[in-house]
Design a protein around this ligand. Structure first.
Ligand SMILES: [Zn+2]
Length: 289
């Protein structure tokens, strides 16, 4: 009994601290000229998508690092499509895949102010399906459901991304080819040996400008191991923007306000706090033992 009471006290203290932090972050967001949300795979984990780099089901392994490159795609397109694309992205084609409460709350949060922006590393398209406005969304790593000619720089007909290619015979080694020049098609996603500037669809310049202008940068479900997060942190340090981390794990650096928990739990609470500010926390009595 005593142990259970102890757990209750710890839980109540955690919730009070979390409420106070949520309130503080909501105040910053309300007062900010521009808020930028930098999103990683952790947001889509509650939807059933495996994280790339952390957690027990992470697919960040040799398959991804050795095969997820343009060099491999150009050298062995059939093997690349079969081994890397089908191997690491099979989840994305699942029909039961759906946005979670975190995606929906984030769509509400960003819609509060037309200047705010979501920069997502996720290629799963769940932001758009949760009702995010395209004008407030930068898919910095691309989209799994857009394809482009690998020779697009010199292929007159292949510059524009298209949204349908025949992937039904990948297992047999039949890859999609450009209707204009017959070069292999590729998904419009950023590969590990490519720069954000490699295709205008990644909107790198827009992302950088938004980060430079942000008063508050909210990281959501990211492991801080890819380029855009380093860029965002550097920019926030330079401009003295407030930094918030919504994740099951703490950020690996100081001066961050932590909202620890699953994004699917924390973001709806943050959105509620912004819609209905809490009364003064000091008037709430502490939980009795
Ligand atoms: Zn082409």
């Amino acid at each position: 009994m005593q142990r259970r009471g102890g757990v209750r006290i710890v839980r109540a203290a955690y919730l009070r601290r979390m409420d106070a932090e949520l309130e503080r972050v909501a105040r910053w967001i309300r007062g900010a000229g521009r808020v930028v949300y930098v999103v990683g795979a952790g947001l889509s984990v509650p939807s059933g998508i495996r994280a790339y780099r952390s957690g027990p089901d992470a697919i960040w392994d040799e398959l991804v690092t050795s095969w997820g490159t343009r060099e491999k795609l150009e050298a062995e397109p059939a093997a690349w499509w079969k081994i890397f694309w089908l191997g690491a992205h099979a989840d994305l084609g699942r029909e039961d895949l759906a946005p979670n409460d975190g995606h929906r709350a984030l769509a509400r949060l960003v819609a509060r102010d037309a200047r705010d922006l979501v920069i997502t590393q996720n290629v799963d398209g769940l932001h758009r399906r949760a009702g995010h406005l395209e004008t407030q969304l930068v898919e910095i790593h691309g989209r799994h459901d857009r394809f482009v000619c690998t020779a697009h720089a010199r292929c007159a007909g292949g510059r524009e991304p298209i949204d349908r290619v025949d992937l039904s015979r990948l297992e047999e080694g039949v890859i999609p080819r450009c209707a204009h020049c017959r070069a292999p098609m590729r998904p419009l996603v950023l590969l590990f040996d490519e720069l954000y500037e490699s295709h205008p669809a990644f909107q790198a310049r827009r992302a950088r400008r938004a980060l430079d202008e942000a008063d508050v940068v909210v990281f959501v479900g990211t492991s801080f191991s890819v380029g855009i997060t380093s860029l965002a942190i550097r920019s926030a340090r330079f401009t003295h923007a407030r930094v918030v981390n919504v994740n099951v794990e703490r950020a690996p650096f100081e001066d961050v306000t932590e909202l620890t928990g699953s994004a699917a739990d924390v973001l709806p609470r943050l959105a509620r706090e912004l819609d209905h500010p809490s009364p003064d926390r000091d008037t709430v009595p502490p939980a009795s033992p």
